[in-house]
Design a protein around this ligand. Structure first.
Ligand SMILES: [Fe+2]
Length: 279
C-alpha cells in the first residue's frame, strides 16, 4: 500500500462580522463558516490541519474575533491562521495565543510541521492597506527557514497572491513585492506549492516555476470581471475549500490540490451494479 498522504485543508476569507451583521449588507458570512466547519468535520479521511489564509474578521474588531472563536469552536481539527488585509495582527495574536509565531511582535509568520511536510505561513498584510507586501525581516526569515531543512518539502501560505489574476481592481492589491518572494523561493527547490487567498475564487497558475493556487471562499466570490465592465463587485457562487494532498515519494514527493464543494449534493452512487456491469 502506498504511503498515506498529508492532507492540509485550506479555508480562506471568512470575513466574520459581529453577530447578526451581514457583510456588505448582504452576505451571512457566519452561516457560511458554520457550513464550512460542518463540511471539514464530515470529511473523511480527516485532514491533518486546517490553514485559514487571511481575512478572518472583516472590520476588524475584538467582537468579530470573539465571534470567530465561537464559530470555530466546533471544528475538530487543529487550525492555524495568517492575517489578510481585513485583519489586525494584535487581535489575531490575542485570538490565537498558542500559535508558534516567529517573533513576539510584528508579522505573524509561522513554520508548522505536518508529518513529512513543512508549512511556511507568511504574513503579507500591510496594516491599514489593502495590498500585500512581505517586509524585509519576513523575507529574511523565509530564506533562513527554507534553508534550515533543505530536504523536506515545503508549502507556502500567504493571503495576497504574488501574481495578477486579470480582475482589475484586485490586481491593484496583490503582493506588490512578488519579485522579492520569487528571488527567495528560487534559491530553495523544496517549495512545492504556493497557496494564497484574497480573491475568493479558485485560481491556478505557475509562479517562479512553482505551482500556485488561490483558495475559494465559503461565502461570496469576487466577480470574474476580466474586462473592467463593472465597479468592484461580488457574486454569491458555490462555496468551496481546498484540500492539498502531499504524497511522499521520490525527491520531494508530489502535491495535488482538490477543490471541495461545501454543502450537500446527490451521491456518492456506485458506477457498477452487483454483476460488475456499468449501471
Ligand atoms: Fe483580502
Amino acid at each position: 500500500m502506498s504511503a498515506k498522504p498529508v492532507l492540509i485543508a485550506q479555508i480562506s476569507d471568512l470575513h466574520i462580522k459581529p453577530p447578526g451583521a451581514l457583510a456588505y449588507g448582504r452576505v451571512d458570512t457566519a452561516s457560511a463558516l458554520e457550513r464550512c466547519v460542518a463540511a471539514l468535520n464530515a470529511f473523511t479521511p480527516k485532514p491533518d490541519l486546517v490553514v485559514i489564509s487571511g481575512d478572518l474578521a472583516d472590520t476588524p474588531t475584538a467582537e468579530e474575533y470573539e465571534y470567530l472563536k465561537r464559530l470555530l469552536a466546533p471544528l475538530k481539527l487543529p487550525t492555524v491562521g495568517i492575517p489578510g488585509n481585513h485583519d489586525s495582527r494584535e487581535l489575531m495574536r490575542a485570538t490565537f495565543p498558542q500559535a508558534a509565531y516567529a517573533y513576539p511582535t510584528g508579522p505573524l509568520n509561522q513554520r508548522v510541521e505536518s508529518g513529512g511536510l513543512d508549512l511556511v505561513l507568511l504574513d503579507s498584510s500591510v496594516p491599514g492597506r489593502p495590498h500585500g507586501e512581505l517586509d524585509a525581516p519576513t523575507l529574511q526569515w523565509l530564506d533562513a527557514t527554507l534553508a534550515s531543512s533543505p530536504v523536506r518539502p515545503a508549502v507556502l501560505f500567504l493571503h495576497h497572491p504574488p501574481f495578477k489574476t486579470g480582475i482589475w481592481h484586485m490586481d491593484r492589491q496583490y503582493l506588490l513585492n512578488a519579485g522579492e518572494l520569487a528571488a527567495v523561493v528560487k534559491r530553495h527547490p523544496r517549495t512545492q506549492l504556493i497557496a494564497a487567498g484574497h480573491i475568493h475564487r479558485a485560481i491556478l497558475t505557475m509562479f517562479a516555476g512553482i505551482q500556485s493556487t488561490i483558495c475559494p471562499a465559503p461565502n461570496h466570490a469576487v466577480d470574474l470581471d476580466l474586462a473592467e465592465l463593472r465597479e468592484p463587485s461580488f457574486k454569491v457562487e458555490p462555496p468551496a475549500f481546498h484540500l492539498h494532498a502531499w504524497f511522499p515519494g521520490e525527491g520531494f514527493g508530489s502535491v495535488v490540490t482538490h477543490q471541495v464543494p461545501i454543502g450537500h449534493y446527490d451521491g456518492p452512487h456506485p458506477f457498477f451494479g452487483p454483476d460488475g456491469k456499468l449501471l
